[in-house]
Design a protein around this ligand. Structure first.
Ligand code: MN3
Length: 199
């Protein structure tokens, strides 16, 4: 079965005023959709046709001859994950086991937020900031372009898209404002906690 564009888990205007309907129309309806179409075209009639997204990513990671497949497959995964990382009325602070683990591994929630925003701010050009579980320890990382924790043996718990297409219509060049809003108003900590619990 071909890879599918997952429906957004909320209405197009659900994240306003923080992320506009227009941004979601382009980001989900054009960018994410194009990655799905490109991936399906690239794997058609190859041994990767019918493979899961994760198996496809793992199979081609590090293979320069298959960078096009990796980039599109990873971007499909990254965006499907990103939409679940945010929600209307999100932000605030995590609780329970996740909050305790953040305190243990970063020192405090504020220290985590600073590391996460620094990762996003210092990713030159396009990429992603992540909260990952790496060998049992929470870490903040950043990746360029389509790269993702799965290709580095890490488990993704939270991501923030810092490609310009994620924020330019709403924030123009003000990536730091998008990142602060992302953390303070949008993050779905229940989703992050569920990812940790399932790890
Ligand atoms: Mn994007």
């Amino acid at each position: 079965m071909a890879h599918q564009l997952p429906a957004l888990p909320y209405d197009l205007d659900a994240l306003e005023p923080h992320i506009s309907r227009s941004t979601l129309e382009f980001h989900h309806g054009k960018h994410h959709a194009a990655y799905v179409t490109n991936l399906n075209n690239l794997v058609a009639a190859t041994e990767l046709e019918g493979q899961s997204l994760e198996d496809t990513i793992t199979a081609v990671a590090g293979d320069a001859a298959k960078a096009g497949i990796f980039n599109n497959a990873a971007q499909v995964w990254n965006h499907s994950f990103y939409w679940q990382c945010i929600k209307a009325g999100g932000g605030g602070t995590p609780s329970g086991d996740l909050a305790a683990k953040i305190d243990a591994d970063f020192g405090s929630f504020d220290a985590f937020k600073e590391q996460f925003k620094t990762a996003g701010a210092t990713q030159f050009g396009s990429g992603w900031a992540w909260l990952v579980l790496d060998g049992g320890t929470l870490k903040v990382t950043k990746t360029a372009n389509a790269d993702l924790p799965l290709a580095h043996g890490q488990k993704a718990l939270l991501t923030m898209d810092v490609w310009e297409h994620a924020y330019y219509l709403d924030y123009q060049n003000r990536r730091p404002d998008y990142m602060s809003t992302y953390l303070d108003k949008l993050v779905n900590w229940d989703f992050v906690a569920a990812n940790l619990a399932a790890a």
